[in-house]
Design a protein around this ligand. Structure first.
Ligand code: NOJ
Length: 547
């Protein structure tokens, strides 16, 4: 291992991250909503799955119009989830089990219920007016896109108290903070310190590209944003070594990689360009989309890392694809319009893949072997379903299915008190899709994934290595080699539903012996002739190559 990959400060390079929604995970006080105490009682489950870092969706006090991404107070916790003391216990309990916890840092905006905005509304004489972005007309910054295009019609909203318009890149109840104001920047550094002092291991930083606005630009990825992130990073490096910053920057490769700076901005960034192309390659039965985008990603600094994901708490965003590709994806994965939201698809992984276990395994196998750190979404490890009729993105945030007891074991409240109904449809209902069933079944998706996570963690090469694509004539098969120092892994994935023959020229590797790492089978030695493999439909091989 290189220094960056093996020091504990670079733990994120070999981590497996699990995103969860506190409200949806486990209720401990029968109010129908998950909470910190409930989550603590489920930490051993997360350890048994093999993950070693939890990413929590926002836990701040909030009016709850955007599931906590609308913050009312940066220095507290949502009382539905418990107290700050409970949160401290959560961190303590997680750490004592070897689990790290990263939280959300929502820099771009607050809730309109935040005290700063309430004060700012009083007008230009208020000391908080300048905390937000105002204009006397709604024409400024017209080149900026509307992100929630199905839900908002403008990035400006009128404030009838003071007669000005305020700027918001997301919901109208989420006014953007004004980063040209040094007080706002200082305040946010204070917020970072507050949570670091409490023991968090880092932040997923929300909506990074939009911090500043400049006329004549699309108000994204401005140099000032990079400068401010570098300031935050410097605070972490000097006072909280080992803490990480993970960027949510839904951008094309060229803009996205700039968020790594020279290794002095984000430690990690979600690989937004890759994610939809995994699904596209699968649908097209062609390795092209994955290879093309991976080749377009510039090399990133040694200490940095991609965060790889299939699904998360939002719609599956289709912003980083062309209009034609988006149409293709909508037709392939969201025939029913109810499944579409903004420029994306609001579905969980299993329903997106038609509940085809082979496809679910294949995508996870790719996710866990491509260079980067995998980020899983709660419930996807048991193939949970969704509810597209719940509105906004709520259909992918329903309660976790623990067992087939009342409310899927999530809560002892009356079912009508739950913040959202558990899934009861014929295919994904909690009687058959739940943790208890899956843990007791060696052939379940959970058991399969736990095994793969364990393998992945035994081979840190997947988090630290470099990738080289190979180009077999059979384009239905994706082949890559991961190298790290003397170690080599050969990964082969059949993207089609039927068995495929594939000849791979591996003569440049010399006479190696491939050992398939899931089953431990020794394969015939590689020689001068093309190496022939015949993976089953959606089958895959992960080989450790020995001299
Ligand atoms: C990105 C988050 O992932 C999403 O859930 C939220 O609605 C927006 N940022 C606005 O904060």
């Amino acid at each position: 291992m290189t220094k960056a990959a093996c020091t504990s400060d670079a733990w994120y390079k070999t981590a497996v991250i699990y995103e969860l929604y506190v409200r949806g995970f486990q209720d401990s006080n029968r109010d129908g909503r998950g909470d910190f105490r409930g989550l603590i009682s489920r930490l051993d489950y997360l350890v048994s799955l093999g993950i070693n870092c939890i990413w929590l969706m926002p836990i701040y006090p909030t009016p709850g119009k955007d599931d906590g991404y609308d913050i009312m107070d940066y220095y507290g916790v949502n009382s539905e989830y418990g107290t700050l003391e409970d949160f401290r216990s959560l961190i303590h309990e997680a750490h004592s089990r070897g689990l790290r916890i990263i939280g959300e840092l929502v820099l771009n905006h607050t809730s309109d219920q935040h005290r700063w905005f309430q004060e700012a509304k009083k007008g230009p004489d208020s000391p908080y007016f300048d905390y937000y972005v105002w204009s006397d007309n709604p024409e400024k910054y017209s080149a900026a896109t509307i992100i929630f295009s199905d839900l908002e019609t403008s990035n400006w909203s009128y404030c009838k108290e003071n007669g000005y318009y305020y700027w918001h890149r997301f919901f109208h109840h989420q006014p953007d903070l004004n980063y040209d104001n040094p007080q706002v920047r200082q305040e946010m550094i204070r917020v970072v310190r507050f949570w670091m002092d409490l023991g968090l291991d880092g932040f997923r930083v929300d909506a990074v590209p939009y911090l500043y606005e400049r006329e004549g630009t699309n108000c994204e990825n401005l140099p000032e944003t990079h400068a401010f992130i570098k300031e935050i990073r410097a605070v972490l490096d000097s006072d909280y070594p080992g803490a990480i910053l993970l960027a949510e920057a839904n951008q094309w490769p060229e803009d996205l990689v700039k968020y790594f700076g020279d290794g002095d901005e984000f430690h990690m960034a979600f690989n937004f360009p890759l994610m939809p192309r995994l699904f596209m390659s699968l649908q097209l039965e062609h390795h092209g989309p994955i290879i093309d985008i991976m080749k377009r990603l510039p090399t990133i600094p040694e200490s940095c890392q991609w965060a790889m994901f299939l699904r998360n708490h939002d719609e599956m965003t289709l912003e980083m694809v062309t209009d034609e590709e988006r149409d293709y994806m909508f037709n392939a994965y969201a025939e029913d319009r109810q499944m579409r939201l903004n420029r994306g698809i609001r579905r969980r992984l299993a329903p997106l893949l038609g509940n085809d276990r082979r496809k679910i395994e294949l995508l996870h196998a790719i996710l866990l072997t491509l260079p980067g750190t995998p980020v899983l979404y709660y419930g996807d490890e048991i193939g949970m379903g969704d509810n597209i009729y719940l509105g906004d993105r709520n259909g992918v945030r329903t309660p976790m299915h623990w067992n087939d007891n009342k409310n899927a074991g999530f809560s002892e409240a009356q079912p009508s008190r739950l913040y959202a109904p558990v899934i009861t449809d014929p295919v994904y209902n909690f009687h058959s899709v739940n943790v208890e069933e899956d843990r007791n079944n060696r052939n379940s998706l959970f058991s399969w994934l736990r095994n793969l996570i364990c393998i992945r963690r035994n081979f840190p090469i997947f988090g630290a290595g470099t990738i080289e694509f190979l180009y077999p004539d059979n384009k239905r098969v994706l082949v890559y080699l991961i190298r790290h120092e003397e170690m080599r892994m050969l990964c082969v994935f059949n993207l089609s539903p039927s068995a495929q023959p594939v000849e791979i020229d591996l003569s440049f590797l010399g006479n190696c012996i491939p050992i398939e790492i899931v089953g431990g089978t020794i394969f015939p030695a590689i020689g001068e002739l093309p190496y022939l493999l015949t993976p089953n439909g959606y089958g895959y091989y992960i080989f450790h190559l020995f001299e």
